[in-house]
Design a protein around this ligand. Structure first.
Ligand code: BGC
Length: 236
């Protein structure tokens, strides 16, 4: 069995600012086990996170390749930024570290990009925003990804970025009701600029939104997309 074999099983890992999650997917992208989760260690240094991943990996069913969603900018398996983890991630090859642990080929992408693959329909311009510890963003054109879009760090209001405005600390500070209003304001701002056909909302806090209160072209997704999208990193 090779990583490109039609029968290859994918270990899909979602590294978040709050939790580390993983499961194994069959070739059709169906989960073969329950998603496992541990709290993200703090400080969230490369050493601490890689050790926590090693522990979770040991309990997984067999797999042939590894996909990872990482909460920052990623180029060729190397981490460029990790705003909600630790500055010492810069320059770390996460792909290499996990290859050494698993002995399998590894692909790493931004977490919102991975979540997006699980959510999009594949036609026209589709935008993805993930509402979790940080604010993740992804852009797809006819199913093709524009990698590493970092809308969360764009200034929005009163010197605050979109992430400052609707990320987890803001959610905890202002409460659900005000936070929902903030999400509405973010949508009202991005819609006329990006003119997407669909906006997909995912991430751990998307469950606090009400689908019937959102514009017609907005879709809500479960946070499971963070791992289910992992299989797409091996297509094309
Ligand atoms: C990071 C993004 C990431 C998002 C969600 C942001 O702070 O810059 O790369 O997708 O958090 O984890």
């Amino acid at each position: 069995m090779t990583e490109n074999d039609a029968a290859a099983r994918t270990l899909s890992i979602d590294i978040g600012g709050t939790g580390l999650k993983m499961l194994v997917l069959d070739p059709a992208g169906t989960a073969l086990n329950e998603r496992q989760r541990v709290e993200t260690p703090r400080p969230a240094t490369p050493g601490a996170i890689i050790e926590a991943l090693r522990g979770l990996i040991a309990g997984q069913p067999e797999f042939d390749r590894v996909s990872v969603g990482f909460p920052g900018v990623v180029h060729d398996g190397v981490i460029w930024t990790a705003p909600n983890l630790d500055t010492s991630w810069r320059g770390v090859s996460l792909a290499k570290a996990l290859r050494e642990i698993t002995g399998k080929p590894v692909r790493v992408a931004n977490d919102a990009d991975v979540q997006g693959y699980a959510s999009i329909e594949g036609s026209g311009v589709e935008m993805v925003l993930t509402l979790g510890t940080g604010l993740g963003s992804a852009l797809f054109v006819d199913g093709r990804l524009v990698p590493n879009l970092e809308l969360g760090h764009h200034p929005f209001r009163k010197g605050r970025t979109y992430e400052d405005y609707v990320g987890k600390p803001a959610f905890e500070e202002v409460g659900k009701k005000k936070w929902r209003k903030r999400v509405d304001r973010v949508i009202a701002q991005v819609e006329p600029i990006w003119n997407y056909r669909l906006l997909h909302l995912g991430g751990g806090n998307a469950k606090h939104l009400h689908a019937d209160e959102l514009p017609m072209n907005v879709r809500l997704h479960s946070n499971l997309g963070g791992v289910l999208g992992g299989i797409a990193l091996w297509k094309g």
